[in-house]
Design a protein around this ligand. Structure first.
Ligand SMILES: Cc1ncc(COP(=O)(O)O)c(C=O)c1O
Length: 361
């Protein structure tokens, strides 16, 4: 098998151990003589997978039973609408902090549903940073405050949460969930598409505090109501069983590695070698993010011109480094370093970057 280092932004690299386990039990899950793909979501074997994955998410984030974990579909993009449908009643305002394209999309959906307020934006200057604590200006008693914890496209990340007082804080954590320890109890609701740090595409994880959930609006269509899924433990209809199963294996792997502290240590070490390569290049690589806002998940940078960027991607591909092309809206290079990427992979890429810069700079 060809050795590759997978730097795709999502779907993305998964822990090899989790994939091997899935492969080993693909045809016979839990001694059923059937694949997990073939058994009822109401079977006791699947119910156990469902419960285990929920407990692991709460356990890793240090949350108690006052948080519901929901396994939904429709991607994080459906959450952009589901959140205001449930939590933005008429007469109230939802606050959004704009730090990139995903937060813009989240805001656009909320605008179609109710009144919104932009509490801060770093759009001027090209989303090179997240706002500082004194830049966030909340409206009067917002229904919630929405942030994007890691901006996958621009390569910026919050390293200190904004102060929101008693307002419910909501975060799209699609691209950095489970990458570092966080004070998860600060959040009323967290959502994430699974396909970066958690598992395969097709699953969206929502974590919602019970007291916030109780404020959810009535009259929301059944499948789009968080309450439906909380009350049925995400078994109201057929869930994406294989995605939940594989996510459970990835969560078990995270636990086995030492939990979120170990993930953070590993992720910081990887990000450091790549940023060091960037900083050591005498300006050949120009990082997009300002140093204080640099993401440890997605490292974004430009080369002197697009022809060299194309050559970089192509030469890297020949060496086995794949998935490095930046998002089409920003261009350049993006190195995604999710949990499952190894330090060995990040170091090998950093070495390639050094050689490429020396040859072209
Ligand atoms: C931060 C963030 N939010 C939302 C999305 C959209 O997720 P989905 O494709 O699951 O709808 C992405 C996808 O890359 C993302 O990175």
């Amino acid at each position: 098998m060809r050795k590759v280092y997978n730097f795709y932004a999502g779907p993305a690299v998964l822990p090899r151990e989790a994939l091997e386990r899935a492969q080993a039990e693909l045809l016979d899950f839990a001694d059923t003589g059937m694949s997990v793909l073939e058994i009822s979501h109401r079977s006791k074997e699947y119910e156990q997978v469902n419960a285990e994955a929920m407990d692991r998410i709460r356990g890793l984030l240090g949350l108690g039973s006052d948080y519901h974990v929901l396994f939904l579909q429709g991607g994080a993009s459906t959450q952009f609408a589901m959140l205001p449908m449930n939590f933005l009643p008429g007469g109230r305002t939802a606050d959004y902090v704009l730090t990139g394209s995903w937060s813009e999309k989240a805001l656009a959906e909320a605008r179609g549903i109710g009144r919104t307020h932009v509490a801060a934006s770093t759009r001027d200057g090209g989303y090179r940073r997240v706002p500082g604590p004194d830049e966030v200006r909340l409206s009067d008693s917002p229904a919630y405050v929405h942030i994007t914890s890691n901006n996958t496209i621009y390569g910026t990340q919050w390293h200190r949460w904004p102060e929101v007082g008693s307002a419910p804080l909501v975060a799209d954590m699609s691209s950095d969930i489970m990458s570092r320890p966080i004070d998860a109890a600060r959040f009323a609701l967290i959502y994430a598409g699974a396909q970066k740090n958690l598992g395969p595409a097709g699953l969206t994880v929502v974590i919602v505090r019970d007291d916030f959930l109780r404020q959810a609006r009535e009259g929301v269509p059944t499948m789009l109501s968080y309450r439906t899924h909380a009350e049925s433990l995400s078994l109201y209809n057929t869930p994406p069983v294989f995605a939940v199963y594989l996510t459970n294996l990835v969560l078990e792997w995270i636990e086995g590695q030492g939990g979120l502290r170990a993930m953070e240590e590993r992720n910081r070490a990887k990000a450091k070698v790549v940023y060091d390569a960037l900083d050591a290049s005498d300006g050949y690589y120009r990082g997009h993010a300002e140093p204080d806002s640099r993401s440890i998940m997605n490292v974004t940078f430009r080369l002197p011109d697009e022809a060299q960027e194309r050559e970089f991607v192509s030469r890297a591909g020949e060496e086995g480094f794949v998935g490095l092309k930046g998002h089409r809206s920003v261009g350049g290079i993006r190195v995604s370093l999710y949990n499952a990427m190894t330090l060995e992979g990040a170091s090998a890429l950093a070495e390639f970057m050094g050689e490429f810069a020396r040859a072209h700079g």
